[in-house]
Ligand binder design. Structure first.
Ligand code: SAM
Ligand code: SF4
Length: 334
């Protein structure tokens, strides 16, 4: 029996987030600059390499796999990869195969994702106003995303909406968003904006809207009950008693989740980041390409996990964005 992955702080690694491309059909202002330079295609792991890598992790005890990017659904033939992963769902080794998407391609792919065994998707959506949507995503169009969400629900996928809380941008839509999600039976999670990557002239501190404030505003209108649910990540959940819906808060800037962290991230070039908030990473592409023998790859994975740090260093509290990491969110995947 293979030893499962456990890091030096006795945290079992059961969750892998994999970025399959750094490219995207949107240019969200908090995520990318308008003129992003993307990686040459040859740098990217091939679909076969992505399969081998994920299969190795699943063999070592990973039970949940989230596909992200960039925009995962703009990677050519990515459905082949999802189809391949369905064998691990069928064997029972993988418990959940899911993705985070901007929704632009869901209209095309929702049925195929369901057929591959995907049951839940996270769709990122920061506003329900068409003009504001075009402004924040630069290249995105709201009606296309709404059609994608419709298609996902019709296909039988459970949809969760992820909204980045942005000061002066969607503060006034808090209740509209919550009510819209409740009316469509979708959970809603708010994310605090993180200091990642050079995004041009955008002002990080100006964008930052503390979720403690957002939560207090929600409590003015609804009765909030804390839920014990934990995912091993930075999310905390409440139930709104009046609607019964679940609302999540992702506050990666507080240290309250590192001790139970169960996840690692892999970029589309095969770098493994064992902490979202630290620069430290190891290369898995080299061992992957060096040999067809998975023992080499497994040794490299174990070596990387043995370096997983205790926690991260993000801190906005001193009116400067300390602990900033230079890579973009689209590089490691959100
Ligand atoms: N393109 C897909 C999407 O937008 O859902 C997947 C990748 S995107 C990088 C994943 C998530 O990261 C999205 O919900 C996005 O809003 C969030 N995100 C991107 N940059 C961020 C930042 N600087 N701070 C907080 N969240 C960010
Ligand atoms: Fe693309 Fe997602 Fe980044 Fe927006 S947040 S630019 S949709 S990768």
């Amino acid at each position: 029996m293979t030893q499962p992955l456990v890091d030096p702080f006795q945290r079992a690694i059961t969750y892998l987030r994999l970025s399959v491309t750094d490219r995207c059909d949107f240019r969200c202002v908090y995520c990318m600059s308008e003129n992003m330079t993307f990686l040459p295609k040859k740098e990217l792991l091939t679909l076969e390499e992505l399969d081998r890598l994920c299969s190795a992790f699943i063999g070592l005890g990973v039970e949940k796999l989230r596909i992200t990017g960039g925009e995962p659904l703009v990677r050519r033939d990515i459905l082949t990869f999802f189809d391949g992963m369905s064998r691990h769902l069928e064997s029972g080794a993988l418990k959940e195969l899911t993705l985070t998407t901007n929704g632009s391609q869901l209209e095309r792919f929702a049925d195929q994702l369901y057929a591959a065994g995907v049951r839940r998707v996270n769709v990122s959506l920061d506003t329900l106003d068409e003009q504001k949507f075009a402004d924040i995503t630069r290249w995105g169009r709201l009606p296309q995303v709404l059609r994608g969400i419709d298609a996902a629900q019709r296909a039988g996928l459970r949809v969760k909406i992820n909204t980045v809380a942005l000061k002066g941008f969607n503060e006034d839509e808090l209740f509209t968003l919550a009510e819209w999600c409740a009316s469509r039976d979708m959970d809603l999670t708010f994310i605090e904006v993180m200091p990642m990557g050079d995004i041009g002239n955008e002002d990080r501190l100006g964008q930052y809207w503390a979720l403690s404030d957002l939560r207090a505003r929600l409590a003015e209108q609804y009765t909030l009950t804390d839920l014990a649910e934990r995912t091993g990540g930075p999310a905390r959940y409440v139930r709104l008693e009046e609607t019964g819906q679940k609302i999540g808060f992702i506050t990666p800037l507080t240290h309250n989740f590192c001790e139970s962290c169960n996840r690692v991230r892999i970029t589309c070039t095969g770098e493994i980041y064992t902490c979202l908030g630290q620069e430290g990473h190891c290369d898995l592409r080299k061992p992957l390409r060096a040999s067809q023998d998975d023992a080499v790859l497994e040794d490299a994975i174990r070596a990387a996990i043995s370096l997983k740090p205790r926690g991260h260093d993000f801190d906005y509290s001193r009116q400067d964005v300390a602990g900033r990491v230079s890579r973009h969110m689209s590089h490691t995947g959100g």
